[in-house]
Design a protein around this ligand. Structure first.
Ligand SMILES: [Mg+2]
Length: 317
């Protein structure tokens, strides 16, 4: 646990704001900068804790999702941060702040929260309910890990992997924003993502060195690993599995995927992984010594790494 220092976050306005807050808190801020905080526990394992907020108009629009999907998605996003640490969930707390006109949807939101909790075998252990001027759902998740997967664990020579296939949320948002209904596949990947909880525990047990869940886009999240580990992450965008109807250049910018980006010193058994979890794991690059940056190539050409989804500015680039 680092005390009073901001461990490597990638560039961007949201992260500059976080750095300012943490600098101001000084020694009172501890272990900030990864997908979740790692606390000392009694016994061999660590406690892993994270919190995540979904706000109407910033993370979703009411026209796009059912109240049940809004509850599910907020909870899945929070649980995905435990997956990113290779942690096993032990409980979650939900804080729902909502305006009057959302009250009749509260039960449905709660159904969605319950669905994500049962999918990840996580008890709901508390929370709070408040009136507010807009709907927000804040989910705090607690887990344990004997060997937390940190963003800072990547080393030169490691291989880079990604789970699943990317681009679904990008395609769904593009359609939603154009006033079109997305295909059912794209819509499902946006509305009901699966946190890779069990997959991450397997990866941790099978030698993964670093992990992050893809919430800002593969390219942007790879920069967080590069910054935290002090390494250059080289990714061949052409080898990233993508959903139909999307290009590789779009897929590496697609945020809110909740797939995992992993590094590992040895080759992972992709066949075994796929057999166990019915999800692909694909080698997409390698870790090199050098400046903490991401080198993204497509067909041998350098791909300009674009900004990820900047929640803070409510703007997709
Ligand atoms: Mg994360």
């Amino acid at each position: 646990v680092s005390r009073g220092e901001t461990i490597g976050l990638g560039p961007g306005g949201e992260f500059d704001a976080i750095r300012r807050m943490v600098d101001g808190w000084g020694a009172r801020a501890q272990g900030i900068g990864d997908d979740a905080a790692v606390l000392q526990a009694i016994g061999d394992s660590s406690l892993v804790v994270s919190t995540d907020t979904s706000v109407e108009g910033v993370h979703f629009r009411r026209e796009w999702l059912s109240p049940q999907e809004i509850g599910y998605r907020a909870t899945a996003a929070a649980l995905s941060d435990l997956a990113a640490m290779g942690a096993k969930p032990v409980g979650l707390l939900s804080v729902i702040a909502l305006p009057e006109h959302w009250l009749k949807e509260l039960d449905e939101i709660a159904v969605g929260i319950g669905e994500a909790a049962s999918l990840c075998e996580t008890p709901i252990i508390g929370g709070d309910l408040s009136r507010a001027s807009e709907l927000s759902i804040t989910i705090t998740v607690i887990g344990t890990a004997s060997r937390p997967l940190l963003r800072s664990g990547a080393r030169p020579g490691d291989l880079v992997y990604v789970t699943g296939s990317l681009g679904g949320p990008f395609a769904a948002l593009r359609d939603f924003e154009a006033g079109r209904e997305p295909s059912s596949e794209h819509r499902a990947r946006f509305a009901t993502p699966t946190p890779r909880i069990r997959e991450a525990q397997w990866l941790s047990a099978n030698g993964a060195s670093a992990a992050i869940d893809i919430s800002d886009g593969l390219a942007a999240d790879a920069r967080h690993i590069a910054a935290a580990s002090g390494v250059c992450v080289q990714i061949d965008a052409g080898s990233v599995p993508i959903v139909p109807g999307i290009t590789a250049a779009e897929a590496v910018r697609s945020g809110e995927e909740y797939e995992l980006l992993i590094t590992a010193p040895e080759e992972l058994d992709a066949n075994e992984f796929e057999r166990l979890f019915s999800v692909a794991i694909t080698r997409i690059g390698r870790v090199l010594e050098g400046n903490p940056t991401v080198e993204l190539t497509l067909g041998g050409e350098t791909l300009q790494a674009q900004e990820g989804y900047l929640h803070f500015q409510n703007e997709r680039r």
